[in-house]
Design a protein around this ligand. Structure first.
Ligand SMILES: [Zn+2]
Length: 668
């Protein structure tokens, strides 16, 4: 970035309204930034409550004058300035309409419903307007970063259906590629036909990708020519939604960067305060999922989201938790939507400034370790940006992928994971769940099973079986059993004790998901760990089974199925993954998530406590000898810590409060 990339950067997003209070707001903002060490302000324009639709240059001029005043005062105080127009094509209609002189072609959904406001990104009229406007903003403000808002997408444009543009221009484009003359209805029927992918679906995904990449090229060209020093940052949404528009992350970020920094404002999934566990579940499947598709050199500046209009919605303790929990993304800085955009300015009384300042030394010290995201360790969770090109679907909405869920599942049960876009692994433990199977060819799957240990769910078993690969697990036949339709009632351990309880049980009710009743071939090597019973207590199927090189959990992880976060599964999974070398560890506590990275001559262990328990000390199951452990304190100091390793149990004698993260530097 323009500034020294070595330094962790705290950026405050702020709208200053054009009114008689603007001078006062600017002075308060400068004071707030100095006091709480925000080194950059992302000046918002045309934002939220003051969004006037596709704002004209004339309408923007008086607002830009206010921003220029703010820029002078902020820069005098040593604070740099970026700019963030609230919209590109527009998020949602929200009562806004095109202005009388705006003859833009707007987006159309697969039913033919037309937006009254959101522009089709192919539209030349809109592009002419927006590039002129972006040029004006850039020339006037010469921002450090020009931020592209997350409406740079083809989905989530309510009141339209979830995704894609099917306007006349787009239908023409699809037809041109196909050499056909389909109507919208004919095209949609083919593109989202139940079953295997069609050529129409491929054309739709390709076209979506090309539409957005071409727009990125135009925006990058405009902004760079208006101010060559200005960099471009991208705000992003959920990874599954971007898979549905064929996004290639590194390509797109590369277009925006023009050889400078690739900057990604990754969504932190907490508009409001929820529970720590719920937050971490989404963090692992959303924020970490996006990170998995970006190259190591991407500057990640996640966004503390903007539901913080009142302290009822987000307490400062929860904000602190989100900031500490962002550490495994290996962040270069943070962006803050902590004060709403209604024009109150920086509201010191909410206490958020203090939290944003306090986190800097901790995240800076982690940044100083120069870790690479690709050097993460743990159970491999394979993901692919192109899963929607291969997935078998029931309908359009079924394109939404569940490939990120196993990461959230394993992490929630206290096991470290690593997202990977590779197709080949050697001697690893791989979580092959549901859509994950579509990321591999049959040959790749054979290799995967031959060279690794695999944790597999019921949905993945079904897909493998349908592809004629049941023999990889020694499966002879399967029978799907639907939750709450079939009679499965509970799952029970065959042997051993959990919490001193024999035949430990867990529910098979709705929240456990559907399962597949698997019949293994006679003589196939297997150990039955659990069995499934009906509500009369009669055994009806095998449950979790170990085969020669796999752990088969027969439930279908097509959504977050909360009953599978059971102690029964936690113990079984922990025992299974732990047999694999020293890359995998377990906190043995649901809600305490570990992350492990290989550093330069050391390893780094991050541990996030999303429970409400204060821990007196930290227990971790980990293989191998350990010679030294140091902790990164919240003030950024690196301190030796007392620990005891006895067998595979590591006890770190350090308190770990609820809703907090700890980072340790470990030498073997
Ligand atoms: Zn269109």
């Amino acid at each position: 970035m323009v500034k020294d990339e070595k330094f962790f950067s705290n950026c405050l997003r702020m709208q200053i309204t054009n009114d008689d209070l603007s001078d006062e707001r600017i002075d308060e903002l400068v004071e707030h930034c100095v006091k709480y060490r925000f080194d950059n302000v992302m000046l918002m324009i045309n934002a939220e409550e003051f969004n006037v639709g596709h704002i004209s240059v004339e309408e923007a001029k008086p607002w830009v004058e206010v921003l220029k005043k703010a820029k002078v005062k902020l820069e005098e105080a040593g604070i740099s300035v970026s700019v963030n127009n609230w919209i590109e094509i527009g998020h949602l209609d929200r009562g806004r309409k095109l202005k009388p002189d705006q003859a833009f072609n707007t987006m159309v959904d697969f039913n033919g419903k037309k937006s009254e406001f959101v522009a089709c990104p192919l539209d030349k009229e809109w592009l002419k307007y927006f590039t002129e406007y972006a040029r004006f903003l850039t020339e006037e403000l010469k921002p450090e970063v020009f931020w592209i808002e997350d409406d740079f997408r083809l989905h989530n444009h309510d009141p339209l259906e979830w995704g894609g543009c099917f306007c006349e221009e787009h239908i023409k484009l699809f037809n041109k590629k196909l050499g056909k003359n389909y109507t919208r209805e004919e095209f949609v029927k083919r593109a989202f036909k139940k079953g295997k992918p069609t050529i129409e679906r491929k054309v739709w995904l390709d076209s979506s990708r090309e539409t957005m990449n071409a727009l990125a090229e135009e925006l990058a060209k405009t902004i760079t020519s208006a101010c060559p020093q200005t960099e471009i940052g991208l705000m992003s949404s959920t990874p599954g939604a971007h898979c549905m528009e064929g996004r290639k992350w590194d390509k797109l970020l590369g277009i925006f960067s023009g050889g400078k920094s690739k900057i990604n404002r990754i969504h932190l999934p907490g508009y409001f305060e929820s529970s720590g566990k719920e937050y971490l579940l989404n963090f692992n499947s959303i924020s970490m999922g996006v990170r998995a598709f970006c190259s190591d050199d991407t500057v990640v500046m996640p966004e503390m989201e903007n539901g913080s209009a009142t302290v009822y919605r987000k307490n400062e303790k929860f904000m602190k938790f989100e900031l500490e929990a962002a550490a495994p993304l290996l962040v270069g800085g943070m962006t803050y939507s902590i004060y709403d955009f209604v024009g109150n300015g920086a509201v010191e009384g909410m206490g958020y400034g203090k939290v944003a300042k306090q986190i800097i030394p901790y995240l800076q010290a982690i940044k100083d370790l120069n870790l690479k995201f690709s050097d993460g360790k743990g159970v491999v969770v394979p993901v692919d940006e192109e899963v929607c090109y291969r997935k078998e679907i029931n309908d359009f909405y079924d394109l939404g992928t569940n490939q990120f869920y196993p990461a959230a599942y394993l992490s929630g049960l206290g096991i470290n994971y690593k997202y990977s876009t590779s197709k080949k692994f050697e001697n690893k433990t791989v979580a092959l769940f549901a859509d994950g199977v579509y990321n591999f060819s049959n040959e790749e799957l054979k290799e995967l099973f031959a060279n690794n240990r695999v944790i597999i769910d019921g949905k993945a078993v079904r897909i493998l079986f349908e592809r004629g690969l049941g023999n990889l697990l020694g499966i002879e036949r399967i029978r799907p059993r639907e939750a709450e339709i079939d009679v499965q009632s509970y799952e029970q351990a065959v042997k051993g004790e959990i919490y001193g309880i024999k035949r430990f049980r867990t529910t098979c009710r709705y929240d456990a998901g559907d399962f597949v009743d698997i019949t293994y071939s006679e003589g196939s090597e297997k150990e039955v760990l659990t069995e499934i019973y009906d509500f009369y207590g009669k055994k009806m199927a095998l449950g979790t089974v170990r085969t020669k090189n796999a752990l088969v959990i027969p439930f279908e992880f097509t959504r977050h199925i909360l009953a599978q976060f059971s102690e029964l599964k936690r113990v079984i999974l922990s025992d299974f993954v732990f047999e694999r070398g020293d890359e995998i560890l377990s906190t043995e506590t649901a809600g305490i998530s570990p992350y492990l990275f290989e550093g330069n001559g050391f390893e780094v262990l991050m541990k996030i406590n999303s429970t409400l328990e204060d821990l007196e000390e930290i227990t971790i199951r980990i293989n191998g000898e350990i010679s030294e452990i140091k902790a990164i304190a919240k003030d950024g100091k690196i301190e030796p810590v007392d620990f005891k390793k006895s067998g595979d149990r590591l006890i770190i004698r350090r308190k770990a409060g609820f809703y907090s993260s700890e980072t340790f530097i470990i030498k073997r």
